[in-house]
Design a protein around this ligand. Structure first.
Ligand code: GLC
Length: 456
């Protein structure tokens, strides 16, 4: 009887909106499940845009992190380091040594920025969510933040609430949107002189303003590595976000909340060009995670990149498949220009992904890892699962019969193809042969998907 009473009380309290209260410690914060919309979404667009989009320059032949054009200011300020030599040379030659980074803000004009066009590009790419840099390490905010003083896009540069205008347009297309937010600011005098005061008087009020003003679906923090999460007061902020904020039920956060938190605490785990800090992560994870990377080697637009620096559409589709089959999402970055355009070549890459997803999206969105994938491993073949259906995703068109170990029977079809695909049990698996396609009946490029319905 007592037990029933307790269950009844729990049910009543959740119906009345008394949801669980999270406490400001990692055990409690980590107990919140990642909202399902995120793990279903699989594919998002990252946008790095800011004052760094004006010089828009980085070397193309450096280590992963040294190619980032959005680090331009920091590289200039650390002249003595030999890896930054190219930045300094480029700057002095192009703008003169006297031009300060801050002056670039006057040329961040965004006069071609058309948020509804951008939102259409994202929708047609098949992306389900968008993450925009509301503030990168330079401290410049893309919304009129009171704490930024006038170092923001409304007071200087475009004189426009870029963050607000984009979220409105993206939501009108039915996509979710959130913001990247850098905890640290390289050259904020308060950050440099008194980090505690910076956190209390600048960072926390600024983050709360961002959340209250735009109600983002994602709070994607970064720039956490200088201090442990305790200094950033991360669990206090997250307890507020999960208990009291206007986005408490649906918001998704990542794992960048302090130097000790990546792949350990927070919401989704993050990899960046397959790295966690400096270690490579190529595993299958059951904890929700997301890989982010540029189409090229930089997040901020890098004018120094040529075609060979960019991943091909085929490579990008294969990257998406690999991440999803290992339980992850892909957050693919674009770097708009300072005048507000998405470079056409980046649009083209996104369109190709959208074309592939329009035929094969069923094998991506809302899927999970297949628990027998390891036993059925074979080259150029990936697996995802949804209910009783298994998707066999081939990154090369299978010319020979395929045998999927661990499957006894299923109805087999090829996504986007009308004809029959017959299958028969063989040994410890199910064998089928891809239909022969002609240029007219080939449903897509880059990867072909076989749907195995009612797998036994
Ligand atoms: C980083 C970088 C950066 C980029 C990013 C994306 O660690 O500092 O410039 O914004 O993470 O994951």
């Amino acid at each position: 009887m007592k037990k029933y009473l307790f269950t009844l009380l729990m049910l009543a309290s959740s119906l009345m909106g008394f949801a669980q209260k999270y406490e400001a410690n990692w055990e409690s914060i980590d107990s919140r499940p990642v909202p399902e919309w995120f793990t279903d979404a699989k594919f998002g667009i990252f946008i790095h845009w800011g004052v760094f989009s004006v010089p828009a320059w980085g070397p193309t032949d450096a280590n992963v992190y040294d190619k980032y054009a959005e680090w331009y200011w920091n590289k200039l300020m650390n002249k003595e380091s030999s890896v930054n030599k190219n930045f300094v040379e480029f700057h002095n030659k192009t703008y003169g040594a006297d031009l300060k980074y801050q002056d670039f803000a006057n040329d961040f004009n965004c006069e071609m920025f058309a948020p509804t066009d951008w939102a259409k590009v994202f929708k047609e790419a098949g992306a389900k969510y968008v993450v925009l840099t509301s503030k990168h390490h330079e401290g410049f905010t893309l919304w009129p933040s009171e704490q930024s003083w006038n170092w923001n896009a409304v007071d200087i540069g475009p004189h426009r609430d870029l963050a607000g205008d984009l979220i409105t347009a993206v939501r009108a297309e039915g996509l979710r949107m959130g913001y990247y937010y850098s905890l640290y600011e390289w050259y904020n005098p308060l950050y440099k002189s008194d980090v505690n005061k910076y956190v209390d008087e600048h960072m926390i009020p600024q983050l709360k303003d961002l959340v209250n003003s735009y109600k983002p679906d994602i709070v994607w923090t970064d720039g956490e590595w200088d201090h442990p999460s305790e200094v950033w007061k991360s669990t206090e902020f997250l307890a507020w976000l999960y208990n009291d904020s206007p986005v408490k039920n649906e918001v998704v956060v990542n794992d960048r909340w302090g130097k000790e938190t990546r792949s350990v605490h927070g919401g989704i785990y993050t990899t960046e060009y397959d790295l966690v800090h400096t270690g490579v992560m190529k595993e299958t994870l059951t904890h929700p995670w997301e890989e982010c990377r540029g189409i090229g080697g930089s997040f901020g637009y890098n004018r120094n990149e040529n075609l060979e620096s960019y991943s091909t559409s085929e490579e990008l589709v294969h990257i998406l498949i690999d991440k999803v089959a290992r339980g992850g999402n892909l957050l693919l970055n674009i770097g708009p220009t300072a005048d507000g355009r998405i470079p056409v070549i980046q649009q083209q890459r996104l369109k190709d992904m959208g074309d592939w997803l329009s035929v094969n999206g069923e094998s991506i969105y809302g899927t999970t890892i297949w628990e027998k994938a390891d036993a059925a491993k074979q080259s150029n073949v990936f697996y995802t699962k949804k209910g009783n259906d298994l998707f066999v995703i081939c990154t090369k068109f299978p010319e020979k019969p395929l045998t999927i170990k661990g499957v006894k029977s299923a109805k087999v079809s090829m996504l986007g193809f009308d004809g029959k695909v017959s299958a028969k049990p063989s040994g410890n698996g199910l064998t089928f042969t891809a239909p022969s396609v002609t240029p007219a009946t080939n449903p897509c490029d880059y990867a072909w998907v076989f749907k195995l319905e009612g797998v036994k």
